[in-house]
Design a protein around this ligand. Structure first.
Ligand code: TYM
Length: 330
């Protein structure tokens, strides 16, 4: 029986955080058993915003591969590779660029926001490459004719654009070359950061994936709870509490009990934070152990990525031939 194909990717742009894990990677680990999965470390995407300083790029790629494997992705079951190693990604992005109306790219909601956000960090994103970010992402997915894309909700506009591009390509060249891919969300499709906004490296509100138990505890202590609650016996409102959002994701077995006690004024915020930190540290402890082990095996990591690259290329070359034939490009 043919399994449906999944494609997803992540930018190797620095410290991997729990938003990436709960929104995407954790879901990949679950999905790997039921789908044919292709996961890519999208280094070309990282270049669209970090083109001026690439000194950490190779290190970040290696670290990301270690993060993925330590979280439980099986390199035999899944194809795991570096985007730029399979040239067809760049080639298809170029070809898709020919049929992509500029207005589609300019209206992507994150486009103008991100230009503004990152300009405060000294990054000038008024580039051709950054405008074309969603085209490259569409190329990643449809190069493999993937039908499912497990991502966080912040990627939904990019996926919508991918579907529009699929429809446009199939229509213009009068052939059903690509299927329309659908997003697959986890139960934490937007994990908040410690300040309540989306957890994101650019807001400096993350809990890093590699955080030590003390660091996890310290970051949780900084989370804002119900501001009306002064004393433990005050009745709390979990709906406006960031710690509660985290309990829902990281502590599913106790969250109902905690919610009830909070509303009744039977559990204090300090205690609630302590329970959360313990839960999160148990989850991370195993991962950190595997991480340490894998960090000592650079050759193994290299082999995993080379093996993935070979397997990805077989599919990419075959599909690329079909795509170019549809466009009469030989
Ligand atoms: P990136 O590298 O920014 O993020 C990687 C994944 O983590 C998810 N994520 C979150 N999920 C929930 N809560 C959060 N706070 C949070 N922060 C990040 C993201 O949604 C994403 O799934 N454009 C993509 C990379 C990409 C890609 C692709 C993805 C390139 N090509 C093809 C899928 C398919 C990105 O920038 O993700």
């Amino acid at each position: 029986m043919n399994k449906e194909r999944i494609f997803s990717g992540m930018q190797p742009s620095g410290r991997f955080h729990l938003g990436n894990y709960m929104g995407a990677l954790g879901n990949w680990v679950k999905l790997q058993h039921d789908y044919e999965c292709i996961f890519s470390i999208v280094d070309l995407h990282a270049l669209t915003s970090s083109y001026a300083d690439t000194s950490q790029l190779q290190e970040n790629i290696r670290e990301m591969a270690i993060d993925w494997l330590s979280a439980g992705l099986d390199p035999e079951k899944n194809i795991i590779f570096v985007q730029s190693h399979v040239k067809e990604h760049a080639e298809l992005a170029m070809l898709l660029g020919m049929i992509t109306p500029l207005s589609w790219l300019e209206r992507v909601p994150t486009y103008k926001d991100k230009i503004q956000n990152l300009s405060t960090q000294g990054k000038d994103l008024r580039t051709y490459g950054f405008l074309g970010y969603p085209v490259l992402m569409a190329a990643d997915i449809i190069l493999y004719k993937a039908t499912r894309v497990p991502v966080g909700e912040d990627q939904s506009a990019h996926l919508e654009l991918t579907r529009e591009m699929v429809r446009r390509f199939n229509y213009i060249y009068n052939k059903e070359v690509f299927p329309e891919p659908q997003a697959v969300y986890s139960n934490a499709k937007v994990l908040p950061g410690i300040d309540g906004r989306k957890m994101s490296k650019s807001y400096d509100n993350t809990i890093p994936f590699g955080a030590s138990p003390e660091e996890v505890e310290a970051r949780i202590k900084m989370m804002i709870t119900d501001p009306q609650r002064i004393k433990k016996i005050d009745k709390g409102n979990p709906d406006i509490c960031i710690v509660y959002q985290f309990q829902k994701v990281f502590n599913t077995s106790e969250v109902e009990d905690i919610e009830r006690k909070c509303r009744a004024g039977e559990i204090g915020c300090m205690q609630c934070k302590k329970i959360l930190a313990e839960k999160m540290n148990v989850l991370l402890a195993d991962i950190h152990l595997r991480r340490e082990e894998l960090s000592r095996k650079p050759n193994y990591i290299r082999e995993v990525l080379e093996h993935g690259e070979k397997r990805a290329r077989v599919i990419a070359e075959k599909n690329m031939a079909e795509i170019k034939a549809a466009m009469n490009v030989f």
